[in-house]
Ligand binder design. Structure first.
Ligand SMILES: Cc1cc2nc3c(=O)[nH]c(=O)nc-3n(C[C@H](O)[C@H](O)[C@H](O)COP(=O)(O)OP(=O)(O)OC[C@H]3O[C@@H](n4cnc5c(N)ncnc54)[C@H](O)[C@@H]3O)c2cc1C
Length: 422
């Protein structure tokens, strides 16, 4: 087909972390790319945009290095040197009793698995977006501000219409437009899933003591409480990001509580392992759900990131899954373009769908199971998970498998996740 007949090879709807990473990968692979986002890049990089952080697996960080943003991001990235998983005190346990059953990955064991890399890196989303958008602006990608409204596939291309009436013609459109994806609904792709009745309360904390690069996951009856280490900045020397999962009504109470009451409650729930925590910045709550698209592709359409799958943040894997989609889709499209195939054809898009389908659906099911197992204090479930955690902890082979999975280093990896450009 005649690629030059279209304005762009690929129009990406959504310039979030998945969409912007894909734009960089595709333009570096020689494709002509536009990325359309509803918000301007300056807005996407403000602290209040989502107030969130991401634990990014080492293989995905390798992808960013391969795309040339590793150096900028490294300055903002806190390596995770250790992961400590604890179960909350058993009902009726005395105050101050040690947390039972734990799973622990330490730095040397991790390095042996990852070739010297940490298991992952923690970054604030605003810094990731700022670095990606700065790179996109200099890359030859056409960045557009606008809301994608309609998509009309045709035999040789696809017409993308924005709310303000502008139209773009591309060979393929990618939906990187998040959980309420317009590209997905325009392609007639349905979703399966359910709400958890829980919300993730996120906030940035100043700690009294150094975190030492340790990521904490502490299980409570309402859901997990995660404290992820952050690099220090002008606001505080020892910083961490909190993701506190609670039933929706209690999450609202956590948002409405005074900062002092919130800090005291957090201290009581988590213990004072890191000293007294202090809030720095806003508290925001995200309703949590599981949502998996029926298909990853449609007519001249591919979905990546949250547009394709939204999972519980219990294992910090949502963005990681989306970045694996990016590596796979970039490789499929770049390889196809090089040999002159129609990159929007069903045969090409199907290669991507087959590569990614199982990982997305499999992780969605696994996180769903973990959520049910850990958001419950019924004695049989508690016993099952404590035995499970202790079992994994005692079995080095199983622990290594967990580490590889958490580091996104398992399976048929796209070249970018191995640190190579396609
Ligand atoms: C509390 C919480 C904690 C999390 N922690 C982690 C973690 O530690 N590690 C991890 O891997 N994942 C984590 N996740 C998941 C992660 O945040 C998401 O998976 C990730 O942000 C999805 O990125 P995305 O680029 O696919 O979508 P989004 O970030 O939703 O980006 C979509 C973009 O599309 C734009 N857009 C939407 N509609 C349109 C339209 N019609 N036209 C144009 N533009 C449009 C939006 O403006 C936005 O910029 C967490 C999630 C939550 C809720």
């Amino acid at each position: 087909m005649d690629r030059a007949a279209n304005d762009f090879d690929v129009v990406i709807a959504g310039g979030g972390m998945a969409g912007a990473t894909l734009a960089l990968a595709l333009v570096q692979g020689g494709l002509k790319v536009a990325v359309v986002d509803a918000s301007a890049p300056e807005i996407l990089a403000t602290p209040a945009f989502d107030g969130r952080t991401s634990a990014v697996a080492f293989a995905n960080f390798r992808q960013w290095r391969a795309l040339g943003v590793g150096e900028t991001l490294s300055a903002r990235a806190q390596p995770i040197t250790d992961i400590l998983i604890t179960d909350g005190p058993a009902p009726g346990a005395s105050r101050g009793a040690p947390f039972p059953a734990f799973l622990h990955f330490d730095v040397e064991e991790v390095a042996a698995q990852t070739g010297g890399e940490p298991l992952g890196w923690v970054l604030e989303n605003r810094h990731i977006r700022a670095a990606l958008n700065a790179a996109v602006a200099q890359s030859g990608v056409t960045p557009l501000i606008g809301v994608l409204d309609a998509v009309s596939p045709e035999p040789a291309g696809v017409i993308v219409t924005l709310k303000d009436g502008r139209t773009l013609r591309a060979t393929v459109v990618v939906g990187a437009d998040g959980r309420a994806s317009r590209v997905r609904s325009a392609a007639g792709i349905g979703v399966q899933g359910w709400a958890y009745g829980q919300a993730g309360v996120v906030a940035t904390l100043a700690l009294e003591r150094p975190h030492g690069g340790v990521a904490h996951q502490h299980f409570l009856p309402g859901g997990p409480l995660a404290i992820l280490p952050l690099v220090g900045d002008a606001s505080a020397e020892h910083r961490a990001s909190l993701v506190w999962t609670e039933h929706s009504d209690r999450a609202k109470a956590l948002i409405d509580a005074s900062p002092q009451a919130f800090e005291a409650h957090l201290g009581r729930r988590f213990g004072e392992m890191l000293g007294r925590p202090r809030l720095i910045g806003p508290r925001l709550a995200y309703p949590l759900r599981l949502q998996v698209a029926d298909r990853m592709t449609g007519a001249r359409t591919a979905l990546i990131g949250d547009a394709a799958h939204v999972i519980h943040p219990i294992a910090g894997q949502g963005l990681n899954l989306g970045l694996k989609d990016v590596g796979a889709l970039a490789q499929v499209l770049i390889d196809a373009a090089r040999i002159g195939e129609d990159i929007g054809s069903e045969i090409v898009l199907d290669r991507y769908a087959r590569w990614r389908r199982f990982d997305g659906a499999g992780l969605a099911m696994a996180t769903d199971l973990l959520t049910r197992l850990f958001s419950n204090d019924a004695p049989p479930l508690r016993l099952a998970r404590d035995l499970g955690l202790a079992g994994v902890n005692r079995m080095p082979a199983l622990r290594r498998l967990f580490m590889q999975e958490a580091g996104a280093g398992l399976g048929d990896l796209p070249q970018l996740l191995l640190g190579e450009r396609p």
